[in-house]
Design a protein around this ligand. Structure first.
Ligand SMILES: Nc1nc2c(c(=O)[nH]1)N[C@@H](CN(C=O)c1ccc(C(=O)N[C@@H](CCC(=O)O)C(=O)O)cc1)CN2
Length: 286
């Protein structure tokens, strides 16, 4: 971004037919914009066309003026679109329980400028990561929970999401199943890291069960959270080789490295507006 230009990300989807990209590029060109990066995908199954464009606009072309121009074309082409100024970072709230490897990784990437987001705080049902969070100069919210206090605790989480204007909730090994109501409130803006290569080993203790099964690969899956446990749209996955000589703890230690990098990639892609939901799955313009 230069002093006389500002960057924006345009994403849109539409019924798939020829001429959409030509019309939109002509529109942004007429508005004085330069296309820094563009990616597109036509989904035959849903006959839908998906696009992400990184635009550089002169300061003389305001966000609202560009929005107006795109809205005209969008009306003609039946586009569902969104235009986001790059420097308006999404605000992220991280939830964690007892395992801190994903939280630690996210905080380090954020502090070193590798994550294009503003972290507004950390929430936990345990006290373990108060000092780490405060070391990074971030608010720590201890919200303990039991089956009897779940609704009240979730109400406090929602209050925090609203009061901090959180755009994205990250479950960085937060080991509580979110209620249907909370999932609905956070639909499409809550990412979880599951410590297995889904759909294998859903639910609890995936590494112990992987060890007992004698697998040769273990992995992790980052997905959007839905009320169906471990069933949300997958954003990113990765694996690591294991072998007969490893016990469940060794597999767990290897798996945690995979969890941290998979969650960090998924969060980065989400906050850079690279992920579009499509029929229970995702399109990721990496
Ligand atoms: N609605 C959803 N909530 C959560 C999901 C999800 O996919 N949908 N993912 C989990 C994370 N997770 C697996 O990735 C997971 C976490 C916890 C449990 C579980 O059974 N928890 C017990 C309590 C355990 C405890 O207190 O230590 C429970 O909630 O009763 C299963 C899977 C995050 N939430």
């Amino acid at each position: 971004m230069s002093a006389d230009h500002h960057d924006l990300v345009l994403t849109f989807l539409s019924p798939d037919r020829p001429g959409i990209l030509a019309a939109v590029t002509a529109c942004v060109f007429k508005a004085g914009c330069d296309i820094r990066d563009a990616q597109q995908f036509g989904d035959d199954a849903s006959r839908t066309f998906f696009v992400r464009m990184h635009l550089s606009a002169p300061v003389s072309t305001s966000e609202s003026a560009l929005s107006e121009a795109i809205a005209t074309v969008a009306g003609q082409l039946d586009l569902r679109w969104s235009l986001r100024p790059w420097q308006r970072k999404l605000r992220s709230l991280i939830l964690v329980s007892k395992y801190g490897h994903c939280l630690n990784d996210l905080l380090h990437r954020w502090r070193t400028g590798l994550l294009h987001t503003d972290i507004v705080g950390v929430v936990s049902n345990h006290e373990d990561f108060r000092s780490l969070t405060q070391w990074y100069g971030l608010p720590f919210h201890h919200l303990p929970v039991t089956p009897d206090t779940k609704a009240a605790q979730e109400a406090k989480i929602l209050e925090l999401v609203e009061s901090t204007q959180t755009d994205l909730v990250v479950l960085a090994r937060y080991m509580q199943v979110l209620s249907e109501n909370l999932c609905r409130q956070l639909d499409g803006r809550c990412i979880n890291i599951h410590h297995s290569f889904l759909p294998s080993f859903k639910g609890a203790s995936p590494y112990k069960r992987a060890y007992e099964r004698g697998v040769k690969l273990v992995g992790a899956t980052a997905h959007y959270v839905t009320s169906d446990l471990d069933e949300g749209p997958i954003i990113e996955q990765d694996v690591v080789r294991v072998n007969h000589a490893m016990n469940a703890d060794e597999m767990t230690n290897l798996g945690r490295e995979v969890e941290a990098r998979v969650l960090a990639r998924a969060v980065r892609w989400h906050v850079e507006h690279r992920v579009i939901l499509n029929a229970g799955k995702t399109i990721v313009f990496q």
